[in-house]
Design a protein around this ligand. Structure first.
Ligand code: SF4
Length: 260
């Protein structure tokens, strides 16, 4: 009988009760893992960027729009709503309201019902009409090209500013941080923050500026198509060798293959 087999037949010693870690030790273990910085080694970041490029070379903003103003309105409507739903709503909305002046003069009650399917419709109506009025009164009905000016529009925060400047004008002043970017940048250990502003700062530190716009499109596409919240399809993921997320799987499916 070889050693391994004989060991299997040996009577196991009585199980000893596991010693509970003292509160102090427990606390320090937690602190240690919390204190560990994100893994933003330039080689690793470059590998992640290359993997995203390979998977999503043509990633774009999926909100339908014909100009920066429509993109601004669509982005306001996209809060807590899918792009698909927003596109369904704006398909008819942008036929009825064509300019900032049209939206500025809209009836709140009517607009509320028109954008109701996007959720939070009362607040969104206030933002859409308020932003449109401000554009008419202060910016000659043209969406401004600086973050400082865009942030003066009612209901418009940095995420919307980054979308409009990046996608609408090709101006990179920051990184769009939406729910997917929050989730994936943490899952990929590129940041340990939950607050969008801090995540954006972290990403701006580690990404080359020429990647700021495209990176967020790619991460959003990845979060929608492969690196989904529950049961990510890691078998389809080109950055899997660089990822050590605890909830990694080996799952892949033909339908989940990255869309090109
Ligand atoms: S390996 Fe899995 S968890 Fe990691 S980024 Fe890819 S899909 Fe997401």
């Amino acid at each position: 009988m070889d050693f391994v087999l004989s060991c299997a037949f040996m009577k196991a010693p009585p199980a000893r009760a596991k010693k509970k870690p003292s509160p102090a030790k427990n606390r320090s273990a937690k602190t240690a893992s919390k204190g560990k910085p994100p893994n933003t080694e330039p080689v690793r970041v470059a590998g992640i960027l290359a993997g995203l490029d390979a998977m999503y070379p043509d990633a774009v903003c999926e909100l339908t729009h014909e100009n920066p103003f429509q993109l601004l309105i669509a982005t306001i409507l996209s809060a807590q709503c899918t792009d698909v739903r927003v596109n369904q709503v704006t398909a008819s909305l942008f036929k009825k309201y064509r300019t900032a002046k049209d939206f500025a003069a809209a009836s709140s009650a009517e607009l509320e019902q028109e954008i109701r399917p996007t959720g939070f419709f009362r607040n969104k109506t206030k933002s859409v009409i308020g932003a449109s009025k401000s554009l008419v009164e202060n910016f000659g009905s043209v969406v401004p090209r600086t973050m400082e000016e865009i942030l003066t529009l009612p209901g418009v925060a940095r995420k919307t500013g980054n979308v409009v400047l990046g996608v609408g004008y090709g101006i990179a002043v920051g990184v769009v941080v939406d729910t997917h970017v929050i989730r994936l940048s943490n899952r990929l250990d590129l940041t340990h923050h939950a607050e969008p502003k801090k995540i954006e700062q972290d990403l701006m530190q580690i990404l080359p500026k020429e990647k700021w716009i495209q990176f967020s499109h790619q991460l959003i596409w990845h979060g929608r198509r492969v690196c989904v919240a529950r049961k990510p399809r890691c078998g389809d993921c080109r950055i899997e060798p660089l990822c050590y997320a605890k909830d990694k799987t080996s799952w892949s499916s033909p339908e989940s293959a990255p869309r090109r």
